[in-house]
Design a protein around this ligand. Structure first.
Ligand SMILES: [Zn+2]
Length: 286
């Protein structure tokens, strides 16, 4: 899933491979890029903010992309997908940069980037350690809303997608349906979640268990109907569009009951993530 960690890794890859290189040829096949020709400009660098990718050029322009659920980029070799899927192709001095099926693409002035990302909450995968207290307060702005919906609202915090909105509540034993204002010790979940997504942004892949670290291994995503890996109860869930936050979800009704106030269980989190390298992140709650 393209979440904040995925986009940060992608931006770093583009930066390492192409920063400082001139665009030799540019082909676009997206109605929003009609008339755009980046040939002759130099790619200054790539950056990520939440799930937004920004590729900057020396003529004062930025190519903005959001991958939603479908988009991807090929960095280096020529893409082999059919032409209609290659929304933008840049022939760089040393290789090719291709946006595949990217649903949101646009050009803007670099000076105007705030018009796209200015409303977002703190970036989880940025250079600076995220401010856990600030993020916690933002998540609780609508205290009656469900925890998963608050985690997914990029105005609260930028970077978590649905994978983390399912896995993080499971790891701390709180239902994604629990009203966020009735989650005790929410800052512990934020600190743990920030440590996991930042670790995955650094090393990849999107591993939330600490097992099989070279794979996208998860506890319960997307395993609705299967037994809970901890207690064996049948995992419950929402189908797409059923949940108040309009995304699929999964939880264990035994490990994650909705209660008047439900405390974040950091003992459980430390046990479940005992082998995850996020335990070495400074923000991981002790
Ligand atoms: Zn369970």
């Amino acid at each position: 899933m393209p979440e904040g960690d995925t986009i940060r890794r992608l931006a770093n890859r583009i930066q390492r491979r192409f920063a400082g290189q001139r665009v030799e040829r540019c082909v676009t096949r997206d109605p929003r890029l009609v008339g755009v020709d980046l040939a002759g400009s130099t790619l200054l660098g790539a950056d990520a903010f939440g799930k937004h990718l920004m590729i900057r050029f020396d003529d004062g322009r930025t190519l903005h992309a959001h991958l939603l659920m479908t988009g991807s980029w090929t960095v280096g070799p020529a893409a082999t997908e059919p032409a209609w899927r290659r929304r933008i192709e840049l022939w760089m001095q040393d290789g090719r940069l291709t946006g595949l099926d990217v649903p949101i693409l646009g050009m803007l002035r670099t000076a105007d980037e705030a018009s796209i990302i200015g409303h977002l909450g703190p970036d989880l995968c940025g250079v600076e350690q995220p401010d856990v207290d600030d993020i916690t307060a933002r998540l609780q702005r609508d205290p009656t809303g469900p925890l998963a919906g608050a985690l997914l609202d990029q105005r609260n915090v930028a970077g978590f997608g649905n994978l983390y909105a399912v896995e993080l509540p499971f790891i701390v034993g709180v239902s994604p349906n629990q009203p966020v204002g009735a989650v005790g010790g929410l800052e512990g979940l934020v600190a743990m979640g920030a440590a996991v997504i930042r670790t995955n942004a650094d090393r990849g892949p999107q591993n939330t268990t600490g097992r099989k670290l070279h794979t996208d291994d998860h506890w319960i995503y997307p395993k609705r109907g299967r037994p809970c890996p901890l207690c064996g109860a049948r995992l419950a869930g929402w189908a797409d569009g059923e949940s108040p936050w309009r995304r699929v979800s999964t939880w264990c009704p035994a490990c994650q009951p909705v209660e008047a106030v439900r405390e974040v269980d950091l003992v459980r989190a430390r046990r479940l993530l005992a082998l995850h390298p996020a335990r070495r992140e400074p923000s991981f709650p002790t």
